[in-house]
Design a protein around this ligand. Structure first.
Ligand code: MN
Length: 129
């Protein structure tokens, strides 16, 4: 499993257990993971360092994930980074809301340990960008 191939992912997740699990799974798949517990922290980090992907929990304290995605897309420094939403449960309309906020796709939680890294790679498309 080398889906990540050393690429940098900014992982925005306020739930410590989910953050740890997702970090482990992504690191095992070859990603370099930078954690952020809030959207505010993520916006700051994304503006200061290059990332290949941002995984954005939708439900966050303070600024929510979709608003953070909108702000990332409005900022020329971060607009080019693909953002994938992490949705707590697949509700009708979640995917549409994520796409409308500028996300490339959504990944449903709870995290499926056997498929998570593969699913993350898949949202970036076949050429891995
Ligand atoms: Mn959350």
């Amino acid at each position: 499993m080398t889906d990540g191939n050393g690429k940098a992912v900014l992982l925005v997740e306020d739930n410590p257990a989910n953050l740890e699990l997702a970090t482990d799974l992504l690191e095992m798949a070859g990603w370099r993971v930078v954690p952020a517990p809030t959207a505010e922290a993520a916006l700051d980090l994304a503006a200061r360092a290059p990332f290949d992907l941002i995984l954005m929990d939708v439900r966050l304290p303070g600024i929510d994930g979709l608003e953070a995605a909108r702000r990332l897309k409005q900022n020329p420094r971060t607009a080019g980074i693909p953002v994938a939403a992490l949705t707590a449960q697949a509700m009708p309309g979640d995917r549409e809301a994520a796409l409308a906020a500028g996300c490339v796709g959504d990944i449903a939680k709870p995290i499926d340990t056997r498929r998570f890294a593969q699913t993350v790679a898949a949202v970036l498309g076949p050429e891995g960008k």
